[in-house]
Design a protein around this ligand. Structure first.
Ligand SMILES: [Zn+2]
Length: 73
């Protein structure tokens, strides 16, 4: 198995790593509500995917029933 002859120094390693950067997440427009959303994913704003509603948006669900963690005392 090929191996590097010498250990890369901290400087050499860090200089190489300067090209390794975090990228901004790619976003597309939702075809239904025109809000930015990740491609190939259900819209977090309206819950639409491929022209039809797949999931209910979270905001409306929480307001309607008010179920879940509420302090009874
Ligand atoms: Zn949408």
């Amino acid at each position: 198995m090929p191996l590097p002859k010498k250990k890369a120094s901290k400087q050499r390693r860090r200089k190489r790593k300067t090209h390794y950067k975090a990228e901004a997440p790619s976003l597309t427009k939702c075809s239904h509500c025109h809000q930015p959303k990740p491609p190939h994913a259900v819209c977090p704003n309206c819950g639409y995917y491929a022209g039809r509603e797949v999931v209910k948006p979270k905001v409306e669900e929480g307001k309607g029933k008010g179920k879940g963690k509420s302090k009874s005392k």
